[in-house]
Design a protein around this ligand. Sequence first.
Ligand SMILES: O=C(O)CCC(=O)C(=O)O
Ligand SMILES: [Fe+2]
Length: 280
Amino acid sequence: MIQNEAHLINLDRYPIHRDCPERDAVLLQVRADLARDGCAVLKGFLTAEAIRALTAEAESVADKGHRSFSRTNAYFTTDNASLPEDDPRRQFFDRSNAFIPADNFAPDGPLRRVHDFDGFDRFIQECLQEENFYRYADPLADVIVNMAEEGNGFPWHFDTNNFTVTLAIQNATGGGSFEYAPMIRQGGENFAEVAQVLNGTSDKVTVLELEPGDLQLFRGRYSLHRVAPLTGDRRRYVAIFSYVEEPGMVGAPERTQQLYGRTLPIHHERAGQRVDSYLD
Ligand SMILES: O=C(O)CCC(=O)C(=O)O
Ligand SMILES: [Fe+2]
């Protein structure tokens, strides 16, 4: 089994599957990076063979991607006309992409073999030092691929979730760098500085060029971030792994419909449970 997976995850560099000084050193580095600016990147987490296999898999199910469009500000709030026009809460941008739902990725396919690799979840949990940590139980969303092309984009925003775990699979021909203002709203909203990031005059922005095979852990609640506009013919593919604080959780039906274009019986069953008896 491990023999097999060793060709996907670069276990020589990242021996996540066994306790050893090398693993401890990776954990220390990731935790220090996260504490400092909310972002850690494990360069070359995947092997070249894995990158090829994941790219081919994403291509093979790209037609299953569900496109969504919205116009949002960095806070995902509605417009408030009583604020000054240049307030960051009143700066709206187009957001568009397509999510390839999780049930398009076969259990024996490369993406799920990475996700299901013995020790992967535990390693991520130890990196993030989250006590309550469970894989999302949503069959459409536990691991998805975010697909975007020229004209699509993830404009400046703060995440609503505590952390994001992503794996770069393929970059667009041009653009697409990951830009973020580390911890810009730690301790306060800091609207003046946020406004400068939005209008391109801030010197607080870090630019990350992620390459295929890089694993990124990001705490996006406090760090304003975006994916710079994409150019060229080639699509950008990024896998997103989701973890939550309670076992058995799935997405709410409305949100699932919006993101994935469909729902499953489990979304409705669990939604009922949550309202009625707080089971999850
Ligand atoms: O596609 C990415 O790299 C992450 C996009 C992002 O910021 C998000 O999904 O919240
Ligand atoms: Fe984000």
